[in-house]
Design a protein around this ligand. Sequence first.
Ligand code: 4NP
Length: 147
Amino acid sequence: MKKLIFVCLGNICRSPMAEFIMKDLVKQAGRADSFQISSAAASSEALGCCMEPRAAAVLKRHGVPFTDRRAVKLTSAMIADADLVIGMDEGNLLAMKRLARQEDLPKLKLLNEYSGIPHPVADPWYTGDFETAFYEIQQGCKNLLQF
Ligand code: 4NP
């Protein structure tokens, strides 16, 4: 069982998109039983909030199933329990490093290390570009399936 946690700033746009895209990919690959997939926030800005409607809309447009969920804050205990903790951008990675125990640092990654895209996933909360975020996240998740 591989435990993955996707992390973004608010846990209402990019990381829940990644959570549901990855859940859909592992299900389609017949490997749902081999993965435990969740997401969490690097900040406390949106704790308890639902997925941003524009993030839900892009998932719906691409036929990716999702459920109601609320933003939760990443903790050092969650990192300790995970196999991989995957941030969307450098700010997320910094927050993850501050929370992680020394021995957990090798688990901390950026999603674009897997997508091969030479830059982090820009925050669609600010850019408004949920389509680009979707494609970049999907590309990273497809390659993560090999993990
Ligand atoms: P996310 O986007 O990190 O992709 O979930 C954001 C969502 C909310 C906020 C910032 C970024 N916020 O400041 O509330």
